[in-house]
Design a protein around this ligand. Structure first.
Ligand SMILES: [Zn+2]
Length: 494
């Protein structure tokens, strides 16, 4: 070493700690922390969550509670602080639920009128999951009745819209689509909720409500109503019913969308529907939450919430709905971020809380409860990051609130490094079809919601298994989120 080099080196050694302090963490240590996020971790976590042991994680059911304890144990192992000293990582809340043990539907379609003037019927047995599923909150029963088609199943006199006008549904099954005459109109949102539609049909004396969906999906989003038996059939099956009016499910739906006025009529087709179910009105659901305390004495009171729903649709009729993509994948990303922020040496000025929500599939119940019961002393939420369905595809999208611009800037800055987000859009309205960011949005808490670009082909089906998941996409979403949350927690956006 010559003298000149020696002087330069001594200067560098002197300057280095100053520069280090001014810049916060070095980009090199940040890069190292990002690189240490291994895609195999979210994959392994998702595989455990989607395993039969946790029985499809239906909130309230023992499979869910077992999974919640497993996740809490992970948070503990990784050194996260528990949500509350008394209850630890679990936040309990009331969560009634229903299990369907057996179900059968037989359709009786009008065939021909005999010489005696009597109508004869063609009998069709429907196949579970392929042709039909009970809605996962149906009461037990065995009832046969005529079908009555009632458009979108909406009765909204104050909006001058009534699919039930002039229709007698007492002792019959109401057949309808899910949707509203004007999808862009906020006043119809309340009527788009499953609970509203079920209650309307029940109050009008119907035996049950039969939804028409393009494909049959598991759906636990509703209340158990005494004596009421709702179900879902595919558009293909509905097409067989609409043959008696010489139409198809697609044509009837198109007419409703085009004319935006009620199209309702009684049908000759009959439906025999039997269900054996068990309802648990006193059950308990859990959110699972742990946090990392911020290093700045002032800023640590400000919280960034990183969450995703932990629940799925459970096990019914002997069918397991594993919910690997929806939302073991998002929960696994949340847990991976929890581990990364808790175990690496980087400090964040603000505090970060990681939450796995219960009851999203039942209508955003866990996240709604969480927003209403924020931990004392940590009520200043700076932002919420939501993760829902992160396992399928090769890219990601992001929906976020317009304010503050720092959220978008943090994500764009992080994405320059990782390059996985294909599109960012501002969410202007969130309602019944939103994910767990909705209760935050409704309280004007800024948020960003990330999802992989799919396609999510086995959505709410038994085919949503671990084999559909791509570890690389979960890893990349965890990395880009780690960076953007880090920037936001440290005011390093610009
Ligand atoms: Zn979901």
């Amino acid at each position: 070493m010559n003298k000149k080099t020696g002087i330069i080196l001594s200067c560098l050694i002197l300057i280095w700690p100053v520069a280090y302090l001014l810049a916060g963490e070095t980009p090199a240590s940040l890069k190292k922390a990002v690189a240490s996020i291994d895609p195999i971790l979210p994959y392994q976590l998702a595989r455990a969550m989607a395993s039969p042991e946790f029985a499809g994680r239906l909130t309230g059911d023992e499979g869910y509670t077992k999974a919640a304890r497993w996740a809490a144990e992970k948070f503990k192992d990784w050194g996260l602080k528990p949500l509350a000293a008394k209850t630890g990582y679990l936040q309990p809340y009331p969560s009634p639920y229903t299990l369907i043990d057996e179900a059968a539907i037989t359709l009786y379609l009008p065939d021909k009128t005999g010489t005696d003037g009597q109508l004869s019927y063609q009998k069709i047995e429907l196949e579970p999951e392929k042709d039909f599923l009970p809605l996962l909150f149906s009461d037990s029963g065995d009832k046969t009745g005529e079908l009555v088609f009632a458009g979108w199943g909406i009765s909204a006199p104050e909006l001058n819209y009534d699919d039930y006008a002039g229709l007698e549904v007492k002792g019959k099954y109401v057949l309808c689509f899910r949707g509203t005459p004007e999808p862009g109109r906020a006043e119809f949102q309340y009527y788009d909720e499953h609970r509203t539609r079920m209650k309307t049909a029940r109050d009008k004396g119907a035996l049950g409500l039969i939804y028409i969906y393009p494909d049959v999906q598991a759906n636990p989003n509703g209340d158990w109503l005494s004596g009421f038996m709702p179900a879902m059939i595919s558009e293909k099956v509905a097409g067989q019913i609409f043959k008696e009016i010489n139409s198809t499910a697609a044509d009837v739906k198109k007419a409703l969308q085009t004319y935006q006025r009620p199209i309702s009529f009684p049908l000759k087709s009959r439906l025999a529907y039997s269900v054996k179910s068990r309802h648990f009105p006193e059950a308990t659901g859990y959110n699972i939450a742990g946090w990392v305390e911020g290093s700045n004495p002032k800023l640590k009171k400000e919280l960034i919430i990183v969450g995703g729903h932990f629940d799925h649709c459970g096990r019914h009729l002997g069918l397991l709905f594993p919910g690997a993509d929806d939302n073991a994948s998002g929960s696994a990303v949340v847990m991976t971020l929890a581990r990364a922020f808790s175990t690496n040496k980087l400090k964040t000025e603000r505090s970060i809380m990681f939450v796995l929500f219960g009851g999203e599939e039942m209508g955003l119940q866990g996240s709604t409860y969480f927003v209403e019961h924020l931990p004392a002393g940590l009520t200043q939420v700076m932002a919420m990051f939501n993760f829902d369905m992160e396992g399928e595809g090769d890219g990601a999208w992001c929906g976020l609130s317009a304010e503050p611009p720092a959220i978008r800037e943090s994500i764009e800055k992080a994405n320059k490094e990782i390059g996985i987000i294909r599109g960012i859009s501002v969410v202007k309205r969130a309602g019944v079809r939103g994910s767990d960011f909705t209760p935050f949005f409704l309280k004007s808490i800024p948020f960003a919601s990330l999802g992989s670009n799919g396609p999510h082909l086995a959505y709410h089906g038994t085919g949503d298994t671990i084999y559909r998941l791509n570890p690389e996409i979960m890893g990349a979403i965890a990395r880009v989120s780690f960076l953007s949350i880090y920037y936001l927690a440290n005011n390093q956006v610009i």
